[in-house]
Design a protein around this ligand. Structure first.
Ligand SMILES: Nc1ncnc2c1ncn2[C@@H]1O[C@H](COP(=O)(O)OP(=O)(O)O)[C@@H](O)[C@H]1O
Ligand SMILES: [Mg+2]
Length: 587
């Protein structure tokens, strides 16, 4: 936990070390101050008022010093919190910026935003509000323990033996709490997911189950969540009680030992100094227990913070994309995959299984294949969203791992199905493709991508704000802005994931026009769903189960009565379309 905290602070770690040192010193100081009670009480009990008075002065000075130092510790704790808020977000940001693009799934993105907002807030408050009492709550009793040993060794021994027992109880309750916490989070996530499914699938559910039946499995999830929530509440209150109880129990044992010892000794002739020592030691025991009770009380808060730090640790544990040490520039606009193996996670099956493919500069390639055959994965690997497990992806004859990310980015434009728009104007969003584009160039790209029609409706034209994430535009409008972005970037290679049925005819047309305009001038790699696109390609590549199962020009391929011919027949049957016969294919 401390390791993650220090990692999170990066170059600000000395601020934390300084604070931690100060907090330890505070614990020592208050422990020593409390032990000055010993000579004060001894003086009073044996009637040496002068000595008691002197030590009382020392005690008062000690208390004053403790108070002043505590304020400094608190300020240092706040400084650590500020460092967390200011620096740690940047450090997480810097780390995340070097992660593979493919890491940014909706789940990871949601977790990241949670960590950066709520998580960091909780972590930043830790030093000032939790670490200080916990650190001093451990150090102070240690000092008192030494004093107890000096005063009365048997009591000191019992106090020492109580420590491991206490630690064991605290660890045990923390572990139980962590487990039920994780279980609760799991059920919580499941319920939210079911709720969304439930809302989205209403028509299906009602049609098949009637109104009542449709809520059954949602209720199941809610039930499970309630049950694990109840367990969590029970467990955390039980562990708070148990922790406090363990501390109190060791206190009672200490008392019993002291009283028992006094009893056996009182029969005989007990030297006065001895009984004084025991009485004073008993008072110290109270002081020994109190900070430990504090520590026990904070265990629940610590567990919550630990969860947040764990989430941070997981993010830091993802390895960044390695950057080439001696980057090489690509030589042309070709793309080549050699025996590529790839899987999304170590425990999942291979998605690409030894795929090889060469794409000539300036050619157009249409990728087709059943859903799940690996088309999207293939284009993601070309753009280096991930690194391959085996084999290589070469762009312009150079392995993408041997290029700088800037060099690769300059080679590749993308029109994918999911694109993000930034809260800014339409023009700003198109300029993401090329920051120094002139107004005239932005307008030209917009016109070519079919954004012109959208602009005509908007009084502010290109300067219209798109809203956060493009919220004020429809899906189709966002896609056309993404096309304009790719056009203005004018990279030698363009990757296109042609939209499926979800997009309207105008967007299909906008993509088709773009492809027709760039054909022969750029390397085009298109995941094709429209027959017209497929027919336009120089080369068709059919993917099946992670390998290339067929490859060739449209004409010969259609004639071969293989997968592609089958695909064509299906599409034509489905849409009632016919592709104009290719002169060299028929007969
Ligand atoms: N981000 C991801 N994490 C894990 N598995 C994925 C991810 N994206 C795709 N897959 C899996 O990889 C396989 C190929 O998917 P994909 O490349 O999207 O195929 P296609 O585009 O041909 O439909 C599928 O089995 C899919 O479930
Ligand atoms: Mg796909």
């Amino acid at each position: 936990m401390l390791k993650t905290f220090v990692q999170l602070l990066g170059e600000d770690a000395p601020v934390f070390r300084r604070y931690a040192g100060m907090a330890v010193f505070y614990g020592l100081l208050s422990g020593l101050t409390i032990t000055t009670l010993v000579p004060v009480l001894q003086g009073l009990l044996v009637g040496d008022v002068q000595a008691a008075g002197r030590w009382l002065l020392v005690l008062l000075l000690g208390m004053l010093a403790c108070w002043a130092w505590r304020r400094r510790v608190e300020r240092a704790g706040v400084a650590v919190g500020v460092a967390v808020l200011q620096g740690a977000r940047h450090r997480i940001g810097d780390h995340v910026a070097r992660l593979p693009v493919g890491w940014f799934t909706p789940e990871h993105t949601a977790r990241l935003s949670h960590v950066i907002t709520q998580g960091m807030m909780a972590v930043a408050q830790l030093p000032a509000h939790v670490f200080t009492p916990v650190i001093s709550g451990v150090v102070t009793p240690l000092v008192i323990l030494v004093a107890l040993f000096v005063l009365h060794p048997p009591l000191g021994l019992v106090a020492l033996l109580a420590l491991p027992a206490l630690a064991l109880v605290l660890l045990l309750t923390a572990r139980l709490g962590r487990r039920s916490d994780a279980l609760y989070q799991h059920h919580f996530a499941q319920t939210s997911q079911r709720l969304v499914e439930f809302a989205q699938a209403q028509s299906v559910l009602r049609a098949f189950n009637g109104e009542g039946g449709s809520t059954r499995w949602l209720e199941q999830a809610i039930d499970e969540q309630r049950r694990s929530g109840r367990d969590l509440i029970f467990l955390s209150s039980a562990s708070t009680v148990l922790n406090a109880w363990a501390v109190q129990a060791s206190f009672s044992v200490l008392l019993l030992v002291a009283v028992g010892w006094l009893n056996t000794r009182l029969g005989g002739a007990l030297p006065a100094s001895d009984s004084v020592a025991v009485v004073v030691a008993l008072l110290l025991v109270g002081r020994y227990i109190e900070p430990l009770l504090d520590v026990a009380g904070y265990s629940e808060v610590m567990r919550g913070a630990r969860g947040q730090l764990e989430a941070v640790r997981e993010i830091f544990a993802v390895a960044p994309m390695p950057e080439a040490s001696a980057p090489q520039a690509p030589r042309d606009a070709s793309v080549e995959l050699q025996d590529v193996h790839f899987r999304y996670a170590a425990d999942q099956a291979e998605v690409l299984r030894g795929l090889s493919l060469r794409i000539e500069p300036g050619s157009m390639t249409a990728l087709i294949g059943a859903s799940g055959s690996g088309k999207t994965t293939l284009v993601r690997l070309i753009a280096r969203f991930f690194d391959v497990e085996q084999g290589s992806v070469r762009v312009g004859g150079v392995d993408v791992r041997q290029m700088s990310s800037a060099q690769l980015a300059a080679q590749i434009g993308q029109i994918f199905q999911e694109h993000h728009l930034f809260a800014g104007s339409i023009a700003d969003n198109i300029r993401v493709g090329r920051a120094d584009a002139s107004d005239a160039q932005v307008l030209e790209a917009a016109e070519q991508a079919g954004v012109g029609e959208i602009l005509a409706r908007l009084p502010q034209g290109l300067q219209t704000p798109v809203g956060e994430g493009g919220a004020r535009l429809s899906g189709g409008e966002r896609q056309r802005i993404a096309i304009a972005r790719a056009l203005i970037k004018d990279a030698p290679i363009l990757l296109v994931d042609e939209a499926t049925a979800a997009l309207d005819a105008e967007n299909q047309a906008a993509i088709a026009q773009t492809l027709a305009r760039l054909r022969g001038r750029r390397t085009l790699i298109v995941i094709a769903h429209q027959l017209s696109t497929v027919a336009m390609a120089d080369q068709i590549v059919v993917l099946e189960d992670g390998v290339v199962s067929e490859q060739g020009a449209p004409g010969p391929l259609r004639a071969s009565a293989g997968r592609y011919a089958h695909f064509l027949a299906q599409r034509q049957a489905a849409k009632g379309w016919r592709v104009a016969p290719d002169p060299d294919a028929d007969r």
